[in-house]
Design a protein around this ligand. Sequence first.
Ligand code: GDP
Length: 297
Amino acid sequence: MAFENLSERIQKALRNLTGKGKISEDDINSASREIRLALLEADVNFKVVKDFIKKIKQEALGKEVQESLNPGQQVIKIVNDELTKMMGESAVSLNKSKHIPTIIMMVGLQGTGKTTTVGKLANRLMQKEKARPLLIAGDIYRPAAVDQLEQIGDQLKVPVYSEKNQKDVAQIVQDGLRQADKNKNDYVIIDTAGRLEIDEPLMEELERVKEVAQPDNILLVVDAMTGQAATDVAKGFDSRLDITGVILTKLDGDTRGGAALSIRAVTGKPIIYTGQGEKLTDLEQFYPDRMASRILG
Ligand code: GDP
């Protein structure tokens, strides 16, 4: 499970503080050092770690903490609150359009789980809101991607709009949106192309799709296993597309979890959902406070 190591190490560092009647500056420094190393090893962005530790120390060294009845517990609370803040404080929902359909554009590198996540999100909206989504197959370069989305559509009994011989993705999206208007779909989820890394033609295409679709949500799908690189990818997509949120996939894997902890702090954009498996039901709302509690055990 994600965070296992991080969780263990932070808990160990904090255990040394609990049960003590009084904690010294040295105690706090040594716990901070341990937590710092644990975060860096979990692939949390260096600058995010630095700011985090600074805040923890500032607050933990405050008089009220050191003179309180149970200073160890107070420090744990500080770490918990700061971890939660680092991940964005509270859960964030999708932007809803005033008129149907609400348009969601999914972007991300290849293999991150974008196409699968289009299906997961459709399924979630159907379960939670009885939504009637339409999916648009905008990943035309990976031939299997259109088939994959159509299979997902069959499974969910959701229409998938695709155009086999059209090379202009913006045109496909425009036609798909017209179809959604005709069908009165309340959500449109657009799958887009990915690449192994960010490149100019990809970004230009995504910008064109954005212009045509005017999406209410641009969700970046990020693979939690990519560690440090995930924050660079997020910054890259955000600077060109002004994403509205992130979906972090593969949190069920043996990931170190750093991406979950850094993305919000580095981009200012919230993680909205997490992918926790390969099935179409494996998508969860992201709650920063619950994730912090999970890490602190
Ligand atoms: P795309 O290239 O970004 O469209 O990626 P796909 O949707 O084809 O997914 C790539 C692989 O990741 C597939 O084998 C998916 O089943 C798998 N995958 C997607 N999301 C998750 C997840 O949350 N957990 C796990 N374990 N696997 C996932």
